[in-house]
Design a protein around this ligand. Sequence first.
Ligand code: F0G
Length: 450
Amino acid sequence: MKTIIEPFRIKVVEPIAMTTATHRDLALKKAGYNLFNLAAEDVIIDLLTDSGTGAMSAEQWAGIMRGDESYAGARSFFRFRDRVAQITGFEHILPTHQGRASERILFEIMGGPGKVVPNNNHFDTTRANVEHSGAKAVDLVVDVAHDPKNRAPFKGNIDIAKLRSLFKEVGADAIPLVMITVTNNSGGGQPVSLQNIKDVRAVCDEFDKPLFLDACRFAENAFFIKEREEGQGDRSVSSIVREMFDLADGATISAKKDGLVNIGGLLLLRDDAVAAEARNVLIMTEGFTSYGGLAGRDLEAVAQGMEEVLHEDYLEYRIRSTEYLGENLLAGGVQIIEPPGGHAIYLDACDFAPHIPPHQFPGQAVACAMYRHAGIRACEIGSVMFGQEQPPDMELVRLAIPRRTYTQSHIDYVIEAVLEVHADRDNLRGMRIVEQPPVLRHFTVRFEEL
Ligand code: F0G
């Protein structure tokens, strides 16, 4: 059979409010053309993020009822700890309320003024936490990542030569750790190869530095390794996941992605001394070590989700459905970052609306047009998000796919809508900022249409 179906059936449904273009036009004006300002009820298909927006399974909901809410030593914590230990092999497993809390704790301990942290691409909260500690965040992704049309299989890889020259330039003493984001969200959801993780590990060993994974989408990355990397095709995804984690000294994870939950995070460590320090910070700002800012029921849901995400029929459907969206847009003449990533499709807004210059925010214009035309909410990742200091090298619109939430007909609707907006692209108008905050402007900025 050629069709890969959703490997689940639907037990609970959440109605979608169908709105008219006139209603959405008004909502858009009220929101100052900022899609973060929309009420979610005014959205038909919400592709703003794949984070915390997925559907939980019957077993996860059963876990919610089983949750042990004891302050210390809850049964749910041990179930969570044992499951995570079995999947990742880490000695120290700290629950946090979400990924950025793990990042904050890690960089409070390992960051600091004068330090430099390399990564393929820092996600924006990771960068913010590195910089908040006083350290500098440096992105060292391979050059092909910047070419949307290049179909290299592992565009999330770190450029080893760039990593070596950073060590030379700033000196090993300035580098507290090396980080790799799997998959590389900011670079289009592109995977990192096992070989690249090994090569980075070798550099870390040479300079005696720990390697950390930002492993939010660890299962999607491992599936790509199985599909694309030479010699990996016959392995189970679980064994690839384990090898990825075995190569690292620690990991920060947002369970809101491949943990298949709506809230939760993890900080995984091997070093006893770092773990002791991290537990102290955890207690001070998140919660006791056996719940870390989560309820017992949340820990149950994460334990179950981390196991379900490794089912290969799930991953095959997941990666294929993202690819289906991407390949259909490409076939209809819409340039995306190729090849399609794991959790999202990124439209190339410069190609979509070449008549709108970056300072008139082509990505925002495309995102607003998709909302007005069909009620689809996507996220601009370009001059609005990153252009406050210097223009970014790409103007993108991210269509992130929540896990197990939308069916193929929802995705067919998205494809149709994007192609219709694209057919009418000559009528897209640029935007002008009328109000903005000094930092992280994309959340609250307001625009008007030119
Ligand atoms: N690292 C990566 C690679 C991420 O994609 C995210 C979140 C985080 C860390 C932070 O995790 O949200 O649980 O605190 N990404 C979401 C997104 C928000 O839309 O891409 P968090």
